[in-house]
Design a protein around this ligand. Structure first.
Ligand code: DGL
Length: 272
Protein backbone atom coordinates (compact mmCIF):
# COMPACT_ATOMS: atom_id res chain seq x y z
CA UNK A 1 0.00 0.00 0.00
CA UNK A 2 1.17 3.51 -0.79
CA UNK A 3 2.50 5.65 2.02
CA UNK A 4 0.39 8.70 2.81
CA UNK A 5 2.82 11.02 4.52
CA UNK A 6 6.45 11.54 3.45
CA UNK A 7 8.92 12.73 6.09
CA UNK A 8 12.52 13.68 5.40
CA UNK A 9 15.66 14.90 7.11
CA UNK A 10 19.37 14.98 6.33
CA UNK A 11 19.71 11.86 8.51
CA UNK A 12 18.30 10.30 11.65
CA UNK A 13 17.24 13.53 13.41
CA UNK A 14 13.77 13.62 11.88
CA UNK A 15 13.00 10.24 13.46
CA UNK A 16 12.14 12.24 16.60
CA UNK A 17 9.44 13.91 14.55
CA UNK A 18 8.37 10.58 13.02
CA UNK A 19 7.98 9.16 16.55
CA UNK A 20 5.71 12.04 17.58
CA UNK A 21 3.68 11.62 14.37
CA UNK A 22 3.31 7.85 14.94
CA UNK A 23 1.94 8.63 18.38
CA UNK A 24 -0.45 11.38 17.26
CA UNK A 25 -1.60 9.76 14.00
CA UNK A 26 -1.37 5.97 14.47
CA UNK A 27 -3.59 5.24 11.44
CA UNK A 28 -1.29 7.00 8.95
CA UNK A 29 1.25 5.18 6.79
CA UNK A 30 4.54 7.08 7.01
CA UNK A 31 7.53 6.94 4.70
CA UNK A 32 10.71 8.34 6.24
CA UNK A 33 13.76 9.25 4.21
CA UNK A 34 17.09 10.12 5.83
CA UNK A 35 19.59 11.63 3.41
CA UNK A 36 22.54 10.27 5.37
CA UNK A 37 24.72 10.34 2.25
CA UNK A 38 24.59 14.15 2.37
CA UNK A 39 24.60 14.89 6.11
CA UNK A 40 25.35 17.53 7.36
CA UNK A 41 23.00 19.86 5.50
CA UNK A 42 23.98 22.54 8.01
CA UNK A 43 27.37 23.05 6.32
CA UNK A 44 25.93 23.25 2.77
CA UNK A 45 24.69 26.17 0.71
CA UNK A 46 21.00 27.06 0.51
CA UNK A 47 21.09 26.14 -3.23
CA UNK A 48 22.40 22.63 -2.54
CA UNK A 49 19.88 22.05 0.25
CA UNK A 50 17.05 23.22 -2.01
CA UNK A 51 18.19 20.90 -4.82
CA UNK A 52 18.25 17.87 -2.48
CA UNK A 53 14.91 18.82 -0.90
CA UNK A 54 13.24 19.23 -4.31
CA UNK A 55 14.49 15.85 -5.52
CA UNK A 56 13.41 14.16 -2.27
CA UNK A 57 9.95 15.75 -2.41
CA UNK A 58 9.53 14.62 -6.04
CA UNK A 59 10.51 11.05 -5.12
CA UNK A 60 8.17 10.99 -2.11
CA UNK A 61 5.25 12.27 -4.23
CA UNK A 62 6.04 9.67 -6.90
CA UNK A 63 5.82 7.02 -4.17
CA UNK A 64 2.24 8.19 -3.48
CA UNK A 65 2.71 10.53 -0.49
CA UNK A 66 0.02 13.19 -0.19
CA UNK A 67 1.62 15.41 2.41
CA UNK A 68 5.26 16.19 3.17
CA UNK A 69 6.89 16.88 6.51
CA UNK A 70 10.30 18.54 6.31
CA UNK A 71 11.63 17.13 9.59
CA UNK A 72 14.79 19.21 9.38
CA UNK A 73 15.19 22.82 10.46
CA UNK A 74 18.01 23.42 7.98
CA UNK A 75 16.01 22.13 4.98
CA UNK A 76 12.88 23.96 6.16
CA UNK A 77 14.83 27.19 6.37
CA UNK A 78 16.29 26.82 2.87
CA UNK A 79 13.48 25.04 1.03
CA UNK A 80 10.02 25.34 2.62
CA UNK A 81 8.99 28.55 0.84
CA UNK A 82 10.28 27.55 -2.64
CA UNK A 83 8.83 24.02 -2.30
CA UNK A 84 5.38 25.43 -1.46
CA UNK A 85 5.63 27.59 -4.58
CA UNK A 86 6.74 24.73 -6.76
CA UNK A 87 4.17 22.19 -5.50
CA UNK A 88 1.18 24.43 -4.62
CA UNK A 89 -1.25 21.52 -4.35
CA UNK A 90 0.85 19.64 -1.76
CA UNK A 91 0.50 20.35 1.97
CA UNK A 92 3.93 20.86 3.57
CA UNK A 93 4.70 21.03 7.28
CA UNK A 94 8.12 22.42 8.12
CA UNK A 95 10.20 23.07 11.21
CA UNK A 96 10.64 26.45 12.83
CA UNK A 97 12.83 27.03 15.90
CA UNK A 98 10.55 27.25 18.96
CA UNK A 99 11.40 30.87 19.77
CA UNK A 100 7.76 31.77 20.44
CA UNK A 101 7.17 29.34 23.35
CA UNK A 102 10.67 30.11 24.65
CA UNK A 103 9.98 33.86 24.72
CA UNK A 104 6.69 33.19 26.49
CA UNK A 105 8.33 30.96 29.08
CA UNK A 106 11.48 32.85 30.01
CA UNK A 107 11.68 34.73 33.29
CA UNK A 108 15.29 35.82 32.97
CA UNK A 109 14.55 37.44 29.59
CA UNK A 110 17.40 35.54 27.91
CA UNK A 111 16.90 32.40 25.81
CA UNK A 112 19.35 30.30 23.82
CA UNK A 113 18.93 28.57 20.47
CA UNK A 114 21.20 25.73 19.35
CA UNK A 115 21.04 25.08 15.60
CA UNK A 116 23.15 24.27 12.56
CA UNK A 117 25.27 26.96 10.95
CA UNK A 118 22.92 27.21 7.94
CA UNK A 119 19.90 27.69 10.23
CA UNK A 120 21.67 30.28 12.39
CA UNK A 121 22.68 32.24 9.30
CA UNK A 122 19.35 31.75 7.46
CA UNK A 123 16.38 34.05 7.09
CA UNK A 124 13.81 31.76 8.79
CA UNK A 125 15.38 32.03 12.26
CA UNK A 126 15.84 35.80 11.89
CA UNK A 127 12.13 36.02 11.00
CA UNK A 128 10.87 34.10 14.06
CA UNK A 129 13.15 36.12 16.33
CA UNK A 130 11.79 39.32 14.79
CA UNK A 131 8.19 38.17 15.10
CA UNK A 132 8.18 36.51 18.50
CA UNK A 133 11.09 37.57 20.71
CA UNK A 134 9.18 40.56 22.15
CA UNK A 135 12.11 42.20 23.88
CA UNK A 136 13.61 38.87 24.97
CA UNK A 137 17.29 38.41 24.16
CA UNK A 138 17.82 35.40 21.87
CA UNK A 139 21.37 34.02 21.81
CA UNK A 140 21.86 32.00 18.61
CA UNK A 141 24.61 29.41 18.71
CA UNK A 142 25.71 27.47 15.63
CA UNK A 143 26.87 23.92 16.41
CA UNK A 144 29.05 22.79 13.49
CA UNK A 145 29.77 19.04 13.46
CA UNK A 146 27.16 18.19 16.08
CA UNK A 147 24.50 16.77 13.72
CA UNK A 148 27.10 14.73 11.86
CA UNK A 149 28.47 13.36 15.11
CA UNK A 150 24.97 12.39 16.26
CA UNK A 151 24.29 10.87 12.85
CA UNK A 152 27.32 8.68 13.36
CA UNK A 153 25.74 7.39 16.59
CA UNK A 154 27.69 9.41 19.17
CA UNK A 155 25.01 10.43 21.68
CA UNK A 156 27.08 10.75 24.84
CA UNK A 157 30.79 10.48 24.08
CA UNK A 158 33.34 12.77 25.78
CA UNK A 159 34.01 14.82 22.62
CA UNK A 160 30.31 15.48 22.08
CA UNK A 161 30.02 16.51 25.71
CA UNK A 162 33.02 18.86 25.42
CA UNK A 163 31.56 20.47 22.28
CA UNK A 164 28.20 21.00 23.96
CA UNK A 165 29.85 22.45 27.09
CA UNK A 166 31.75 24.91 24.92
CA UNK A 167 28.48 26.18 23.45
CA UNK A 168 26.11 25.98 26.43
CA UNK A 169 28.29 27.22 29.31
CA UNK A 170 28.79 30.73 27.82
CA UNK A 171 25.01 30.95 27.41
CA UNK A 172 24.54 29.98 31.06
CA UNK A 173 26.98 32.74 31.98
CA UNK A 174 24.64 35.15 30.15
CA UNK A 175 21.72 33.90 32.27
CA UNK A 176 19.59 31.85 29.86
CA UNK A 177 16.74 29.96 31.53
CA UNK A 178 15.31 28.44 28.31
CA UNK A 179 17.14 26.56 25.59
CA UNK A 180 15.59 25.83 22.18
CA UNK A 181 16.78 22.81 20.20
CA UNK A 182 16.67 24.24 16.68
CA UNK A 183 17.84 21.10 14.88
CA UNK A 184 15.97 17.81 14.83
CA UNK A 185 19.13 15.84 15.56
CA UNK A 186 19.67 17.51 18.94
CA UNK A 187 16.84 15.84 20.93
CA UNK A 188 18.91 12.66 20.54
CA UNK A 189 21.50 14.23 22.88
CA UNK A 190 18.92 15.88 25.13
CA UNK A 191 20.04 14.03 28.31
CA UNK A 192 23.56 15.40 27.81
CA UNK A 193 22.25 18.90 27.08
CA UNK A 194 20.09 18.79 30.21
CA UNK A 195 22.99 17.57 32.30
CA UNK A 196 25.14 20.51 31.15
CA UNK A 197 22.36 23.12 31.31
CA UNK A 198 21.22 22.03 34.77
CA UNK A 199 17.76 21.79 36.33
CA UNK A 200 17.00 25.53 36.12
CA UNK A 201 17.05 25.64 32.32
CA UNK A 202 14.03 24.41 30.41
CA UNK A 203 14.84 22.65 27.15
CA UNK A 204 12.26 23.07 24.39
CA UNK A 205 11.88 21.10 21.17
CA UNK A 206 8.84 21.10 18.92
CA UNK A 207 8.17 17.50 17.79
CA UNK A 208 4.77 17.20 19.48
CA UNK A 209 3.70 20.60 18.17
CA UNK A 210 4.70 19.53 14.64
CA UNK A 211 2.67 16.33 14.95
CA UNK A 212 -0.36 18.36 16.09
CA UNK A 213 0.09 20.79 13.20
CA UNK A 214 0.28 17.90 10.73
CA UNK A 215 -2.93 16.37 12.16
CA UNK A 216 -4.64 19.73 11.69
CA UNK A 217 -3.40 20.12 8.10
CA UNK A 218 -4.48 16.57 7.15
CA UNK A 219 -7.91 17.23 8.64
CA UNK A 220 -8.33 20.61 6.90
CA UNK A 221 -7.40 19.11 3.52
CA UNK A 222 -9.66 16.10 4.01
CA UNK A 223 -6.62 13.81 3.81
CA UNK A 224 -6.79 12.06 7.20
CA UNK A 225 -6.74 8.26 7.18
CA UNK A 226 -9.93 6.63 8.43
CA UNK A 227 -9.58 5.97 12.17
CA UNK A 228 -9.55 2.17 11.87
CA UNK A 229 -6.83 2.12 9.16
CA UNK A 230 -3.56 0.37 9.88
CA UNK A 231 -0.72 2.84 10.06
CA UNK A 232 2.99 2.17 10.07
CA UNK A 233 6.46 3.46 9.35
CA UNK A 234 8.82 2.50 6.54
CA UNK A 235 12.34 3.94 6.50
CA UNK A 236 14.73 4.56 3.64
CA UNK A 237 18.23 6.00 3.74
CA UNK A 238 20.76 7.11 1.16
CA UNK A 239 23.50 6.08 3.61
CA UNK A 240 24.16 3.20 5.97
CA UNK A 241 20.93 1.50 7.12
CA UNK A 242 22.67 0.29 10.29
CA UNK A 243 22.81 3.75 11.90
CA UNK A 244 19.02 3.71 11.97
CA UNK A 245 18.51 0.63 14.12
CA UNK A 246 20.01 2.15 17.27
CA UNK A 247 17.83 5.26 16.99
CA UNK A 248 14.65 3.38 16.11
CA UNK A 249 15.16 1.22 19.17
CA UNK A 250 15.90 4.23 21.36
CA UNK A 251 12.71 5.95 20.19
CA UNK A 252 10.63 2.78 20.56
CA UNK A 253 9.77 2.80 16.85
CA UNK A 254 9.18 -0.36 14.90
CA UNK A 255 9.85 0.08 11.22
CA UNK A 256 11.00 -3.30 9.85
CA UNK A 257 14.12 -3.30 7.72
CA UNK A 258 15.56 0.08 6.77
CA UNK A 259 15.88 0.15 2.98
CA UNK A 260 18.39 1.75 0.67
CA UNK A 261 17.45 4.65 -1.61
CA UNK A 262 19.89 5.81 -4.29
CA UNK A 263 20.88 9.17 -5.69
CA UNK A 264 21.21 9.04 -9.48
CA UNK A 265 23.89 10.95 -11.37
CA UNK A 266 21.27 13.35 -12.72
CA UNK A 267 20.42 14.43 -9.16
CA UNK A 268 17.20 12.47 -8.83
CA UNK A 269 16.43 10.13 -5.95
CA UNK A 270 15.29 6.57 -6.51
CA UNK A 271 13.39 4.44 -4.00
CA UNK A 272 13.56 0.67 -4.58
N1 DGL B 1 18.46 17.66 11.34
C1 DGL B 1 18.77 18.85 10.64
C2 DGL B 1 18.12 20.07 11.23
O1 DGL B 1 17.10 19.97 11.85
C3 DGL B 1 20.15 19.18 10.20
C4 DGL B 1 21.36 18.46 10.48
C5 DGL B 1 22.39 18.65 9.40
O2 DGL B 1 22.33 17.88 8.46
O3 DGL B 1 23.22 19.58 9.51
O4 DGL B 1 18.60 21.16 11.07
Amino acid sequence: MDPRIGIFDSGIGGLNIAAAIRQALPSERLLYFGDNAHVPYGERTAEEILAFSTAITTALLNKGCRAIVIACNTASSAALVPLRERFPEVPFVGMEPAVKPAAEHTRSGVVGVLATRATVEGRALADVVERFSQGVEVIRQACPDLAQRIDAGDFDGPETEALLRGWIEPMLARNIDTLVLGCTHYPLVRPLIEKIAGPDVRVIEPSEAIARRLAQVMEERGLSASPGATGGLTCFTSGDPHVFSKVLERLGLSAGDVRQATWDRDGSLRFP
